[in-house]
Write a protein that binds this ligand. Structure first.
Ligand SMILES: [Zn+2]
Length: 287
């Protein structure tokens, strides 16, 4: 960043001291972090998280063309809409071979990860589209900036963004890995990602209520089998969250009826290995 950029950053940082409430301060800090962290730094962070997933958590990806093709068929419709809201993201979509984990997540830089267990738990393409649209929303809204401020503090994020502390990036990734992948999103960020998600799903022609029906089903299953759905602990489906989505869809006249029928999904699920891939011998990354 240029020296005038540093001045702006210093000025904004001192303005933050004037923000009165804690919540306002948090918002101002996040806005500043978003202004400071470049797209390139986000991609770098995304690459590091991916390496950590592969090398330390021994994540394996499903390569079956039917499974990958099903997921990409959905993201090919959603991501052009995300691209309009935040141009220049180099999106990557990976299906993690783990049938026991019902989850999906996004990392800075436009990396979307969906576990094969989430595909097995879905009943319609609209549900998968709802989840992936929500995750794309986290990237478009740059929620990782707030996560980084929470994890490192604003000064460290600013130093990182200004290139003063390059090793900070590895520290964030290491810290995130210790807590199990990326850090949790705040409720506000989840709500915002839900709104993006409903818009992207609807814009892509899917029923925007897919995320709602998916939440409701997972809640039921979780009741029978606690610990089943990691997606629920990362995304607490509070009643106000579901009703906010309902209201948002109605208020914005979000239409879309696609993906309400199972379509190709049962055939795709039949191709998904039902036992987790075993870790490579010695715990090192596979070839
Ligand atoms: Zn989320």
């Amino acid at each position: 960043m240029s020296s005038s950029g540093k001045l702006v950053a210093a000025g904004l940082a001192s303005l933050l001291g004037l923000a009165c409430s804690h919540a306002q301060r948090g918002k101002a800090e996040t806005a500043l972090a978003k202004a400071l962290i470049s797209d390139q730094q986000e991609s770098q962070l995304g690459v590091q998280v991916k390496q950590q997933l592969e090398q330390e958590q021994h994540v394996k990806y499903l390569q079956d063309p039917a499974v990958v093709g099903f997921v990409k068929g959905i993201t090919d419709k959603i991501l052009p809409l995300a691209e309009k809201e935040r141009p220049g993201v180099k999106w990557q979509v990976h299906v993690i071979d783990d049938p026991k984990t019902v989850n999906a997540f996004a990392t800075p830089g436009g990396y979307l990860y969906v576990y094969s267990g989430l595909l097995l738990a879905a009943d319609t393409p609209a549900e998968v589209a709802g989840v992936l649209s929500h995750e794309a929303g986290h990237v478009v809204a740059r929620h990782s900036a707030r996560q980084m401020v929470d994890a490192m503090g604003l000064e460290a994020v600013a130093a990182l963004a200004l290139g003063k502390n390059p090793s900070a990036l590895s520290q964030v990734v290491a810290g995130a890995g210790g807590k199990g992948l990326m850090l949790a999103n705040s409720r506000e960020d989840e709500t915002e990602a839900d709104e993006y998600g409903a818009r992207f799903a609807s814009g892509a022609g899917y029923d925007p209520r897919g995320l709602i029906t998916f939440f409701q089903k997972l809640e039921k299953l979780e009741g029978q089998q606690p610990g089943f759905a990691k997606f629920l602990s990362d995304h607490p489906p509070t009643p106000d969250r579901v009703s906010h989505l309902e209201q948002y869809i109605a208020a914005n006249h979000l239409a879309g009826a696609g993906g309400r029928d199972p379509g190709d999904l049962p055939a795709v699920k039949a191709k998904i290995p039902k036992a987790p891939a075993s870790a490579p011998p010695g715990g090192g990354p596979g070839s």
